[in-house]
Design a protein around this ligand. Structure first.
Ligand code: EPU
Length: 364
């Protein structure tokens, strides 16, 4: 049975309008699924016909090539949220297409905390576990209760806990594969509008709480929204400076043993009094991609006012489409930045978004 009320085929098959970068050529067809039933049915039908399928949630972590996609794009637009309690702990469950920030806002307004540090992130709730979204000291792995998946190889639907997803810094075993479709996602919450522990220094300072302490979730949410906006990381359709995929590169994790050589190259170039931002990480030391990009000479707004693709004027880690860019323009800029940072400091940057029918240029 097909739920035609909740499924719409769109005559406009250009994918640009479905991504936050506003980039990407046409698909053969675009089907919007407004309910979980329609989503399951549509994916099953397309799979049975052997059709290529591109799943699109909020489109905030996708770079789609100028030639578009030779298959059907399925837009996940199922939405709805439900609260519950397990072992005395509240949780919220959202259908995959629920707007992420609307979910965060709703939980805070309903008197819960836990998700507030992840305020203002563009995208759909269902895709947040895919790349283990994180910001201001909290990542999805910290709060995820379980996800409901449609397995496209077996056709079965099941709830899966976070331990089975291999969640790590900006990745999971769901990323870049599309063999599982997230149908719904469930997060633990805190009662009494209690925030998650505030681990991010800049935020702790802004709300005047000790690092590791908690605060009122609504207060934290408004501070996070301010901080994000000051970095151009809140999507504004009228401001090209925010037409991005968020951070284009992940913060590089370098092996302990390589650190000295890298620091030497940095001080050779910038002087010995420079303080290099770095944080302990699982497999080494995490450096700051934005900092390295800026110090390699790619300053905010690079390369110029009139370039179709430029770095954001507020944050060097966001590559932006000024309205007339092509995907090729954006990827050329990305390649230039990656090569320049590697030349300057010997650090390799890796892109964070998923690429569809396009790729980064070959390395220099
Ligand atoms: N910096 C610069 N120039 C810039 C921007 C930043 O030199 O233009 C330096 C500063 O020294 C700053 C440091 O980089 O202190 C870190 O910058 P920021 O606090 O903005 O964080 P980030 O490491 O660049 C990460 C996430 C963001 C997340 C913020 C806040 C990644 C790849 N990015 O950015 O996530 O919002 O922390 O927690 O981990 C995303 O993944 O799309 C994203 C936006």
């Amino acid at each position: 049975m097909t739920d035609s009320h909740h499924m719409a085929s769109s005559p406009d098959t250009t994918l640009a309008s479905l991504t936050t970068l506003r980039l990407g050529g046409p698909a053969k067809a675009v089907i919007e699924c407004g309910s979980t039933e329609a989503l399951v049915q549509t994916v099953r039908d397309l799979d049975a016909r052997g059709e290529s399928v591109l799943l699109i949630g909020g489109g905030s972590n996708l770079v789609i090539g100028d030639d578009g996609f030779d298959g059907t794009a399925v837009v996940i637009a199922s939405s709805g949220i439900e609260y519950g309690e397990e072992d005395g702990r509240p949780f919220v469950t959202a259908e995959a297409g629920t707007d992420w920030d609307a979910l965060v806002a709703a939980t805070v307004e309903s008197g819960f905390g836990g998700l507030e540090c992840l305020s203002g992130i563009p995208g759909a709730a269902g895709t947040t576990p895919v790349q283990n979204v994180g910001a201001y000291g909290v990542e999805v792995a910290d709060v995820l209760r379980r996800v409901r998946l449609l397995d496209r190889t077996t056709g079965s639907i099941s709830w899966v806990g976070p331990d089975d997803l291999e969640l790590a810094y900006r990745t999971s075993n769901l990323k870049g594969r599309d063999s599982q479709v997230v149908l719904a996602v469930s997060f633990w919450l805190n009662p009494e509008q209690r925030s998650a522990p505030i681990a991010y220094r800049e935020l702790a300072r802004a709300i005047d709480v000790a690092e590791g302490g908690t605060a009122n979730a609504a207060d934290v949410r408004s501070r996070v929204l301010e901080l994000r906006a000051s970095k151009g990381m809140v999507l504004d359709p009228t401001d090209h400076d925010t037409w991005s995929a968020g951070s284009f590169f992940t913060n590089p994790i370098v092996a302990e043993g390589d650190l000295d050589a890298i620091l030497k190259r940095i001080t050779n170039r910038l002087g010995t009094d420079v303080s290099v931002p770095r944080y302990p990480a699982d497999a080494g030391v995490k450096l700051s991609a934005g900092w390295l990009i800026e110090r390699a000479g790619f300053t905010k707004g690079f390369p110029s006012d009139d370039a179709p693709a430029r770095l954001s004027t507020k944050h060097t880690l966001a590559l932006t489409n000024r309205g007339s860019a092509t995907t090729a323009d954006l990827l050329a800029l990305a390649g230039r930045v990656r090569d320049g940072v590697c030349e300057a400091f010997g650090v390799e940057l890796h892109p964070e978004p998923v690429f569809v029918n396009c790729a980064m240029p070959e390395k220099n």
